[in-house]
Design a protein around this ligand. Structure first.
Ligand SMILES: [Mg+2]
Length: 316
């Protein structure tokens, strides 16, 4: 965007109780700039306009009946929605303390009448440039922040199922371990795997395989608690962490999941079929650490696979 295009969208509000002053200032700006102009003749009108239209700058007379310019400026600075709008006081008052009061009220500049036209224009332009750069920076920061959040989310999420990925559940397990260290809590792990998943892919195609993975993820979400963490650990393998859950309870949870998966009818591209899953369950053991607890669940899952599948096996 060129500078001039940017200024074309710039809105300057001029506030003065004297119509003649409004006219003089308005004419100067109209003849020398492309700013959009708005006018207000008292403080109330000015504040109403400012909160509705958020101008880029306010040129503010100090001496006005009912509400003076200082008060208008203070009000504007109190509102987070308008606090960043620069205010330049334009006044016939020339005492140094008047200028000080203007700055104290939150003004960025203080120009005494009669003013030098070119100087006035330069000051307005300088403060406008500052404001517009700041706005642009703020927008960029927001975009950057959103991009970071998206990247962060992508880095922690399995894109197909929307479940936590391996890295994410590892982080969350470590957090849970330190919480347990502090509070004496405990948790269990379920490692589970879809039986004969390769056959689903071979028979119905990979899209059907993806559909099964997504459907099973949904079944798990529905059957688990908010505080449980479900992750896609590998291809057709899932690891679930159940905080504050002992081994027997975790086995019962796995049994419930096994039933729910087994009884779900998969319907894809006109084909109807069902799948089963095998589950290995372990309890986190403080003494031997998280890797060992994962391995115990994995070993139990392996035993389940070796002894017929579609079952829940509790780790030794
Ligand atoms: Mg006045």
């Amino acid at each position: 965007m060129s500078a001039e295009t940017q200024y074309n969208k710039t809105l300057v509000l001029i506030v003065d109780d004297n119509p003649q002053n409004l006219k003089v200032l308005g004419n100067i700006l109209r003849e020398n700039t492309t700013y959009g102009l708005a006018f207000a003749m008292n403080g109330f009108e000015a504040l109403e306009f400012i909160s509705a239209k958020k101008p880029d700058m306010v040129l503010l007379d100090v001496m006005m009946p009912d509400m003076d310019g200082y008060e208008v400026c203070r009000q504007l600075k109190k509102d987070p929605a308008t606090e960043n709008i620069p205010v330049i006081f334009i006044t016939a008052k020339t005492e140094a303390e008047d200028a000080v009061m203007g700055f104290e009220a939150g003004g960025v500049d203080y120009i005494s009448k009669p003013f030098h036209e070119q100087e006035l224009l330069m000051r307005i332009r300088t403060h406008l440039d500052l404001k517009l750069s700041r706005d642009m920076l703020e927008d960029k920061n927001k975009e950057l922040q959103q991009a970071y959040e998206t990247i962060e989310k992508l880095a922690l999420t399995d894109s197909l199922t929307g479940l936590a990925n391996r890295r994410s559940i590892m982080n969350l397990m470590l957090i849970e371990v330190s919480r347990c260290d502090r509070n004496g809590g405990y948790f269990s792990l379920i490692m589970c795997d879809i039986d004969f998943f390769k056959k689903v892919n071979d028979t119905y195609g990979h899209d059907a395989g993806d559909y099964v993975l997504k459907t099973i993820s949904d079944i798990m979400r529905t059957n688990l608690r908010q505080q449980d963490v479900i992750s896609r650990w590998g291809g057709e393998e899932f690891l679930i962490m159940l905080p504050q859950t002992d081994l027997d309870k975790a086995v019962a949870v796995a049994e419930k999941l096994r039933e729910a998966v087994k009884s779900a009818v998969m319907s894809f591209a006109g084909e109807h079929f069902s799948v089963t899953m095998t589950f290995g369950v372990s309890r986190f053991d403080k003494g031997s650490g998280i890797e060992h607890s994962i391995k115990k669940a994995d070993d139990a899952l392996y035993t389940g696979k070796q002894t017929g599948r579609n079952k829940v096996v509790m780790a030794e």
